[in-house]
Design a protein around this ligand. Structure first.
Ligand code: NI
Length: 271
């Protein structure tokens, strides 16, 4: 059990920054430019829908620390389902967004592959409170399988390599004048040479949706596969979110499935 959330966020951030060191540069550049700390809007995780790995299982670390499930989201084409969690008493805590691949809707080949990876993973390994930053509890996949199943589900391929870690942190930009619009933030990032996810446009969502988002494309790192070959593949990415008020004074705290659908593609290969 984590004594406090602060420690958990630190562990997650360290692991995340090791998979994409650019996030350290981006965070300090944004903070230097705005003179403010860049707060986190949400942190996202990926998992498989599976009896010992589903959303409830992965989110337990957070629900044990006061988080409660709020919204749910469906991504039919990508065969994903997601829930977001908010802290019940401290609204300054980042939200948690957990998605899962609906294995039962995937091809028999993909299901067999994932079950094969999970075959020798002990249940105790999946029941630790540190599950959300435990990385990959199963053996590395073969490169040929990674490539093959990438075609069916980029999400499954990514998850097979990286397992449990923050897939992205998201900067909450509302207070970050003069980078407090997604357009301004995007321009700032592109001037620094970062490539943005352009799927569905570089700004996802509208003020009417109450949420606008953008993201960098994932960093690329050399990863060793089970067959001994090494390949450069996409790791994790940084996201930016601007939230709008609902009719009341409250900012919208949910997510927009059509935008999130495109943001998932931030881990697509660059080819
Ligand atoms: Ni996100």
């Amino acid at each position: 059990m984590h004594s406090n959330l602060e420690e958990l966020w630190q562990k997650l951030w360290q692991q995340y920054a090791s998979l994409n060191p650019n996030v350290l540069d981006i965070k300090s550049a944004v903070e230097a430019h705005t003179g403010k700390e860049a707060p986190n809007d949400h942190v996202a995780f990926r998992t498989f829908r599976h009896p010992s790995l589903g959303i409830d299982h992965l989110a337990k670390t957070f629900t044990d620390l006061g988080y409660r499930a709020k919204g749910e989201y469906h991504f039919e084409q990508k065969k994903l389902y997601a829930q977001h969690f908010e802290h019940e008493s401290d609204p300054s805590q980042p939200k948690v967004f957990v998605s899962e691949l609906k294995l039962e809707e995937c091809s028999k080949d993909l299901q067999d592959w994932v079950n094969g990876l999970l075959e020798n993973v002990s249940k105790t390994k999946l029941e630790i409170p540190e599950i959300c930053y435990s990385g990959r509890p199963w053996p590395a996949p073969n490169w040929i399988d990674y490539q093959n199943f990438y075609k069916e589900s980029e999400y499954a391929a990514w998850l097979s390599v990286f397992g449990f870690c923050a897939n992205h942190f998201t900067v909450f930009i509302n207070e970050l004048d003069p980078l407090n619009t997604v357009e301004a933030m995007n321009e700032f990032l592109e001037k620094k040479g970062y490539t943005l996810n352009a799927s569905g446009g570089k700004v996802k969502g509208t003020p009417d949706d109450k949420l606008e988002q953008s993201s960098t494309m994932a960093h690329q790192l050399d990863v060793e596969f089970a067959d001994g070959s090494t390949h450069t593949i996409p790791t994790v990415y940084y996201e930016f979110a601007k939230r709008y008020k609902l009719n009341s004074d409250q900012l919208y705290q949910g997510f927009v499935a059509s935008s999130a659908d495109k943001i998932f593609e931030s881990t697509n290969a660059s080819t």
